[in-house]
Design a protein around this ligand. Structure first.
Ligand code: PEP
Ligand code: MG
Length: 590
């Protein structure tokens, strides 16, 4: 039966495919695809873990004291029976061989499937056996965790995908499935998203998350339709259901009828045609009708993303989110050499155009390690993140600074610091930079000059814009965080997503003041938050005097189209009215 689930539209486009539901187990489970040649060893890994648990339980039974309650023995019998049931063994084998899931993923997927059957049982005793099933599954998972893995670890896969290696090319699912697949999960970390690299899934659906949560940002950067905050999606959608993701409207349609399917197939083709039409603008200079030249830059997450940026017509990188080099590595951080190679790759890829490298911005919804619990800090968004994190670990910070400075010998690098708010932080940051330079001097290492920039992401920084302009060569407004911190709305929390408003008068005034002050002092101001790639905001930002936008490569051409149709002289008075208004959205229609 067809039904719809509503969520937030976070990445445009339409995807139609079969659902791959990632079960949310009580245990932390890694999800990754194995290569076809690893199927046998992966099945063996699952089987060995299961057999080991069977042996363990049998031993327990044998060693049970004579006076132990009879129920205990009966319970172990039930667990042994479940473990030996073909519903578990054969199905797990199938998930591995047909879908190329890693063993842990296959096991939790099957657990979810059987759990549903238990839920539907009339008999209360049988329904309660679900808890037993969960317990035996967890035992197997725990066993797998302790076993040396004969297959590629997820970090190695992420590494391979970063390097665009041949291994990654060998990962398509067509070994088992020809149909497009869409991923459905309770939640996905940004690292999960990168692991499921673009070609594997046609779209993403998560039950939690906000418009500018980093999961949504990564989906947009991969240009894959996505809907987040679709509550209950992972409960309502079943493995293999046909699903339509309407990333424009934020709607998920499950089990669509043939008429609906045909309608969305048509819309999908329309979208493709629109993309095709926009692609003709690639080499057109971004000039407004009154001749203002607008700088369109790219946001990238990985060093190799530069190629997509150049293809989309970017004239540089306005934001390289370097934290993705550091995440999901189990605390094994990249050293100076590895980072230098990554930054250099980004610089080389941009063929002489400038690359803005932002220093590490982890914490909040970008944990360094997936295993780190979300509530590790009381209030992560207000805790140790971004520059605060770097200043708390100066040795790690200087390692990154030295790597960036060395890469600057090969091209234009703009060095950008996230989330500065205090003068003392600016002082410490610049002191660390000088120290990193003197460490390179002492080694006789070659390095280049960089321009220095600060992100304006905290209201305090926007209000102190003159202080910032005195000490930095350029500013970049991170609207994602500026909105979060001005309005006290957690950007990753779907429960307050309706209050996350880029057009709130308080936000607009801060953005307008920073742009105006930068222009008055002749310094470059860019917007690199999601607002920059939102075509509904382009005219307003142009009217406020913004001349530099940084966004996902996939958004550049649509924004360019808006720019080509705009006259900044006409937009300026209207933009002032919008900023002064108590209800800016009412004035937004052109
Ligand atoms: C922002 O806050 O707008 C920004 C660009 O940084 P990030 O989204 O990585 O926090
Ligand atoms: Mg930010």
């Amino acid at each position: 039966m067809t039904f719809a689930i509503h969520g937030l539209a976070v990445s445009r486009g339409i995807a139609i495919g079969r659902a791959v539901v990632v079960a949310s187990s009580r245990m932390e489970v890694v999800h990754y695809f194995i290569r076809p040649e690893q199927v046998e060893s992966e099945i063996a890994r699952a089987r060995n873990a299961r057999n080991a648990v069977i042996d363990e339980l049998r031993r327990l039974q044998d060693e049970m004291p004579k006076d132990a309650p009879a129920e205990l023995d009966a319970l172990l019998d039930v667990h042994l029976m479940l473990l030996q049931d073909a519903a578990l063994g054969t199905a797990v084998k199938n998930w591995i061989s047909e879908r190329l899931y890693n063993a842990e993923w296959a096991l939790t997927t099957q657990l979810e499937a059987i759990s549903r059957q238990f839920d539907e049982m009339e008999d209360e005793y049988l329904r309660e056996r679900k808890a037993d099933l969960e317990q035996v599954t967890e035992r197997i998972l725990r066993h797998m965790k302790g076993m040396p893995s004969p297959v590629a670890a997820p970090a190695a896969l992420a590494e391979a995908s970063r390097a665009g290696s041949a291994d990654q090319q060998e990962l398509p699912l067509d070994a088992g499935v020809d149909e497009p697949l869409v991923l459905v999960a309770q939640d996905l970390s940004p690292v999960d998203m990168l692991q499921f690299k673009s070609r594997l899934f046609a779209g993403f659906i998560t039950a939690v998350g906000g418009r500018t949560s980093h999961t949504a940002i990564v989906a947009r950067s991969m240009d894959i339709p996505a809907v987040v905050g679709a509550r209950a999606a992972s409960q309502l959608i079943r493995q293999d259901d046909w699903v339509i993701i309407d990333g424009n409207a934020g709607v998920v349609i499950v089990d669509p009828s043939p008429i609906i399917l045909a309608e969305y197939g048509f819309r999908q083709r329309q979208n493709d045609l629109e993309r095709e039409r926009l692609s003709r603008l690639r080499h057109t200079p971004a000039l407004t009708l009154d001749g203002e030249c607008i700088e369109l830059l790219a946001n990238i997450e990985q060093p190799g993303d530069g190629a997509a940026a150049v293809r989309a017509g970017a004239v540089g990188v306005g934001l390289f989110r370097t934290e993705f080099l550091f995440m999901g590595r189990g605390g094994n951080l990249p050293d100076e050499e590895e980072q230098y190679r990554a930054y250099r790759e980004a610089v080389d890829g941009m063929q002489g155009m400038p690359v803005t490298i932002r220093t590490l911005d982890v914490g909040a919804d970008k944990p360094l390690d997936k295993a780190q619990p979300k509530d590790y800090y009381l209030n992560p968004a207000l805790g140790l993140r971004a520059i605060r994190w770097s200043l708390a670990d100066p040795a790690m910070f200087r390692t990154q600074l030295r790597a960036i400075l060395r890469a600057a010998a090969h091209g234009q690098i703009h060095l950008l610091f996230p989330m500065l708010a205090h003068q003392s932080e600016i002082d410490q940051t610049l002191a660390q930079l000088r120290l990193a330079q003197s460490e390179l001097d002492a080694r006789g290492a070659v390095y280049g000059a960089v321009k220095l920039g600060a992100m304006i992401e905290v209201p305090a920084a926007a209000l102190m814009v003159r202080t910032f302009l005195r000490q930095f060569d350029f500013l970049s407004i991170g609207t994602n965080d500026l909105i979060q911190y001005t309005l006290a709305i957690d950007r990753a929390d779907e429960a307050v997503a309706h209050l996350y408003d880029p057009l709130h008068p308080a936000v607009l005034r801060l953005v307008a003041d920073v742009i105006a002050e930068g222009r008055a002092q002749g310094k470059s101001v860019c917007v690199c938050g999601e607002t920059a790639g939102d075509v509904g905001m382009t005219r307003l930002l142009l009217g406020l005097g913004l001349r530099s936008f940084s966004m996902h490569p996939a958004q550049i051409l649509a924004v360019k189209q808006e720019i080509l149709r705009s006259d900044t002289r006409k937009l300026a008075p209207w933009a002032q009215q919008v900023v002064q208004s108590e209800n800016p959205s009412a004035l937004m229609a052109p």
